[in-house]
Structure formats: structure tokens, C-alpha cells
Design a protein around this ligand. Structure first.
Ligand code: HEC
Length: 125
């Protein structure tokens, strides 16, 4: 009798856990930045994954989790950044040196991290 109840409780706990993870993963609205999808080899591009980490830590507070912009920073997603800076060196300069209210990240991020976060914005957001 008792083991059956325990097993049922375990199943219920597992189902609740799965439901919660799905809800968190879906990231309603401005909740979380989109994950990098797996490439043809079945794993996500590690550069894009690193870029997502930088974006979440350093950029999402002003540009929003999905890059759609907030009162503190303009929209960057859905190709807007690429349209504004067809030559990536322009965007690299803004991120490293800053521009008006946009802080410069040259002293905080390596050039690889800046390249990675810009790729994440252009290719995932
Ligand atoms: C404190 C708020 C803030 C943070 C944090 C921030 N930005 Fe910005 N960002 C801005 C503002 C404000 C502008 C608009 C600057 C202007 O054109 O006057 C901007 C502009 C930009 C632009 C140029 C867009 C354009 O239209 O010219 C890029 C690219 C950019 N941000 C990328 C980033 C990246 C990448 C990060 C994280 C490493 C980041 N930003 C973090 C506030 C922020």
C-alpha cells in the first residue's frame, strides 16, 4: 500500500516539475531571452550560446530580453541592427565605446564576446 502511494507522489511531483519547467522555458513576454536552437550537427553553435549569455547579463536590462527595446534602449531585434549597421564594425564600435546613454563595454567584454553578442542579436533575436 505505502510504496504505491509514494510512487504516485513521485509521479505527481515529476509531472508538476515538467509543467513548471515548460512554463519557465516558454518565457512569457519579456521573461527570458530565446535559446539558441540546435544546428545541423544537433548541437547549438557555442558562439551563439556565449553571445546569449552576454546579452542576458549585460544588454537585456535596457534592450529587453528579446531585443525589442525598452524606455532605456532601442529595439535591436528582427534584423533592425543589421539594417542599421550592415558593416558589423559600426555595431562593434557602439558596443565597445558606447553612444550617448549607451554605456561602452570595451573594458568589460573581450572582442570575441562583443562579436558573439552581436551575432546572437542578428541571428537569433
Ligand atoms: C544602460 C542601458 C543600456 C545597456 C545596458 C545596453 N545598451 Fe545598447 N543602447 C542603449 C541606448 C540608450 C542606445 C541608443 C544610443 C543612441 O543612439 O543614442 C543603445 C544603442 C545600442 C546600439 C546601437 C543601435 C542603434 O540604433 O544605433 C547597439 C548595437 C547596442 N546598443 C547594443 C548593446 C549591447 C550588445 C549591449 C550589451 C553588451 C547593450 N547595448 C547594453 C542603452 C543600453
Amino acid at each position: 500500500m505505502f510504496p504505491l502511494v509514494a510512487a504516485r507522489k513521485a509521479v505527481v511531483a515529476w509531472v508538476v516539475f515538467l509543467a513548471l519547467s515548460a512554463a519557465v522555458g516558454a518565457g512569457c513576454g519579456s521573461g527570458s531571452s530565446p535559446e539558441v536552437e540546435a544546428g545541423p550537427d544537433g548541437t547549438p553553435d557555442p558562439v551563439l550560446v556565449a553571445g546569449r549569455g552576454v546579452f542576458v547579463d549585460r544588454c537585456a536590462s535596457c534592450h529587453d530580453a528579446d531585443g525589442s527595446g525598452t524606455g532605456d534602449g532601442p529595439r535591436l531585434n528582427r534584423g533592425r541592427l543589421l539594417l542599421e549597421y550592415p558593416d558589423p564594425s559600426g555595431a562593434v564600435a557602439v558596443v565597445s565605446e558606447g553612444k550617448n546613454r549607451m554605456p561602452g563595454f570595451g573594458g568589460l567584454l573581450t572582442s570575441d564576446e562583443i562579436d558573439a553578442v552581436l551575432r546572437y542579436i542578428n541571428e537569433v533575436l
